[in-house]
Design a binder for this molecule. Structure first.
Ligand code: UGB
Length: 478
């Protein structure tokens, strides 16, 4: 009260000044004291934040380092061993190639890697094991490859550092580029994944190839889908490909243009292969022959698309062994890339080939063949083809591939599907296979989970009933 009164009613003007000055000093002092405290606190906080952030970045870096599935001396040794050709000295086929196979744990990638390895070429695989379909099938394929001495790296073709490292470790003579986001209709669900793999990933790979010394020759998977709405049959390489019907097709067409650019500027040897609906053992569960089989065996209905005016859809289904021959023929005949240090030294080959079967089969006929082999009647829902990117038919003219690669498909759909079923032990006499398949599937899934929990990684050695059950009981519908 006293202080208040004095302040309000000073006894003399001088007293006011002195007292005010003292009060101000006190306030200033308090203020200064609190500012310096605040300053110290701020400094302390800044220091804490800085150390927290640097700790975080250390943790991130180290966890990246520890989580990295590649790198290190042991890893490099594995890569070199896998990449080393093993053809007998003086072999008529030459010294052998060193091939980097992208998408090696995929359907076509696995078959090609095995075929290359079997004839004595060096093969290193790379695959990102994404979950477009169940990665355990891809891991099972990787185990199969490992048992034949083919090492598959878990990595993405968008990882430029990894690719550069690979070319540092091994002077690959060839790249067989099969990694891609496949599937025509899935492009409506997940368009970004097509851009990620088929465009961005392709460019990252080409950049690594163009920088490599020596530059490898590249053989890569385009698609019959680039013919899009082209209605001139059979499809010839020089036909129009500027009317894609799906984003998948558009990204494959873009790939053809992009590879052309790298051929033109950097002298990369390029061979693009337009695959026509490839099927066979270890195939993709999202494809019609596969999902139809699974549904038929499980007594579930299948949806059969039909074109406009009730016209049946048709595909030039091509058996995997024929495709493998086409791929190896392309690798064998690919001329060399001509660039060094990112500079072109002269023109390099740029080739595109159809790899089809030349005999389209309608989808209802596909179903009849499946019914015959499975001895089960399908429950069919026939619906008009939705506007989801499908084309009414495909039909390959393979004259060019025959002439330049010696490509000659020998397996029609009936024989190919018979081989597909007998590969898994499903023949006309094997009545109980379904039972063993399901039983195997249950055991297999249980084992797989157990191993995953203890190791963080799955290793499968798969007897056929297990694979069969995996194929028909586990995978999601397209
Ligand atoms: O050659 C290619 O470039 C592509 O081949 C393959 O595509 P597609 O020819 O579409 O094969 P696939 O799905 O087996 O459908 C076959 C037929 O069954 C019809 N189909 C399909 C599903 C269904 O539920 N019902 C149906 O009638 C469907 O309408 C079609 O008529 C690859 O998946 C693709 O990645 C790409 O490589």
């Amino acid at each position: 009260m006293r202080v208040l009164e004095d302040d309000m009613f000073p006894s003399t003007p001088g007293k006011v000044k002195i007292e005010r000055a003292t009060a101000m000093n006190r306030q200033l002092h308090r203020c200064f004291a609190s500012t310096s405290t605040m300053f110290l606190w701020a400094l302390f906080l800044v220091a804490m934040t800085a150390s927290y952030l640097s700790f975080q970045s250390f943790v991130d870096t180290s966890s990246k380092y520890f989580a990295a599935s590649w790198g290190g001396l042991h890893w490099e040794r594995q890569i070199r061993a896998s990449a080393a050709p093993r053809r007998p000295p003086g072999s008529a086929a030459g010294a052998g190639m060193s091939v980097l196979v992208t998408g090696a744990a995929g359907f076509v990638g696995t078959h090609c890697s095995l075929a290359l390895r079997k004839r004595g070429d060096g093969v290193v695989g790379i695959d990102n094991f994404n979950s477009y379909y169940d990665p355990s099938l891809k891991k099972a394929r990787r185990s199969l490859l490992a048992s034949h001495g083919v090492f598959v790296i878990e990595g993405d073709i968008n990882d430029g550092r990894l690719l550069a490292k690979l070319f540092d470790v091994v002077p690959f003579t060839h790249v067989l580029h099969l990694a891609a986001q496949a599937g025509v209709r899935y492009a409506m669900e997940n368009p970004a994944s097509y851009v990620h793999s088929n465009i961005a990933g392709l460019v990252t790979l080409l950049e690594a190839c163009k920088d490599a010394d020596p530059q490898p020759a590249i053989v890569w998977a385009s698609s019959s889908s680039v013919y899009g709405l082209n209605d001139k049959v059979p499809f010839t390489e020089s036909d129009r490909t500027d009317q894609p019907a799906s984003l998948y097709a558009a990204t494959k067409k873009a790939g053809e243009e992009i590879t052309h650019t790298y051929n033109h500027i950097y002298g990369l040897s390029i061979t693009g292969l337009r695959f026509f609906t490839v099927y066979g053992p270890w195939g993709r569960p999202d494809m019609a022959y596969f999902s139809f089989t699974r549904n038929i065996l499980q007594g579930k209905p299948i949806t059969v698309y039909r074109g406009k005016n009730r016209v049946d859809l048709a595909r030039d289904f091509t058996y995997i062994d024929d495709i493998v021959k086409g791929c190896l023929g392309s690798l064998d005949t690919a001329g060399k890339s001509t660039g060094t240090g990112g500079k072109k030294r002269g023109p390099a080959p740029y080739r595109i080939f159809n790899l089809g079967n030349t005999s389209p089969v309608t989808v209802p006929n596909l179903v009849s063949i499946l019914e015959k082999h499975l001895r089960v009647k399908a429950k069919k829902n026939v619906v008009e083809m939705p506007g989801n990117g499908d084309v009414p038919f495909t039909h390959a003219n393979i004259s060019l591939a025959r002439q330049q690669l010696g490509y000659k498909p020998t397996t029609n759909l009936d024989v190919g599907l018979k081989k597909f079923f007998s590969y898994y032990g499903y023949t006309r006499g094997s009545k109980n296979l379904m039972f063993f398949g399901i039983l195997g599937g249950i055991l297999f899934l249980g084992e797989g989970r157990e191993e995953e929990e203890s190791n963080g990684e799955q290793h499968f050695s798969l007897p056929f009933p297990f694979i069969f059950s995996m194929l028909f009981c586990k995978f999601r519908s397209p």
